[in-house]
Design a binder for this molecule. Sequence first.
Ligand code: IPE
Ligand code: IPE
Ligand code: MG
Length: 253
Amino acid sequence: MTAPAEPTADELLGRIRVQGGVPRHVAIIMDGNGRWARERLMPRPYGHRSGMKAVRDVVEGAVESGLEVLSLFAFSQENWQRPPVEITALMSLLEEYIAREADELRDRGVRVRILGDLDRLTPAAASAVNRVVAETEHNDRLRLNLFISYGGRAELVRAAQLLARDAQAGRLVPDEITEADFQRRLYTADCPDPDLLIRTSGEQRISNFLLWQMAYTELFISPVLWPDFGRRELYEAILDYLNRERRFGRVSA
Ligand code: IPE
Ligand code: IPE
Ligand code: MG
């Protein structure tokens, strides 16, 4: 007797549609490109290039499954400490990704936003980024947040600075600052918090991603290295999420 065949991506998508209640917002820490390259005795940028294909497939999967927001952690503030050759390769891959995908993202109804400290990008990367943001700003099928040069703590410090400025200018009373006031000063001000965080490559940590926003996010650690991740793996994570009970500190219904 042969083992039952693994369900295809389309079968998994069908199950998601039957179950209903898809997460509004999925965030992904795309990790494992370097190890994927090393397994093939190739330099790390080879892994990053292969990771670009995974991004394409996962974005399509997000559109198909009806997510509202997909947040991808592409480059952290701490990643600036990597060797210059790797940083250069990543920045040129970012430009290449936008040059290749901008038209299709626009036509598929994806609205792209770039979140992070963009002052540190090269002028070429910054102008590529600004172009795709402007070209897709009227889309509303899926919101794609690309986190680049992003750190969760830096985002919180920035929000604190904005609050302090407003208080100093008399627009806010310090003792009356609410969680909502704080939230409105984050990069993600107009997004729901992530319902589900996926981290690939088996690492079990947050690595300074969305510290405020993930207060009640469900975590899914996938052993798959990012270049091997695709819509099928996204659907598996969503199905796992659909079978969880979220309590938000309360007791079961
Ligand atoms: C993720 O893959 C991509 C970035 C952080 C830019 P890594 O480059 O971290 O790959 P590993 O973790 O070394 O395998
Ligand atoms: C997190 O991955 C950042 C991104 C995926 C962009 P890292 O590979 O930089 O994280 P650590 O160093 O393993 O925590
Ligand atoms: Mg890594």
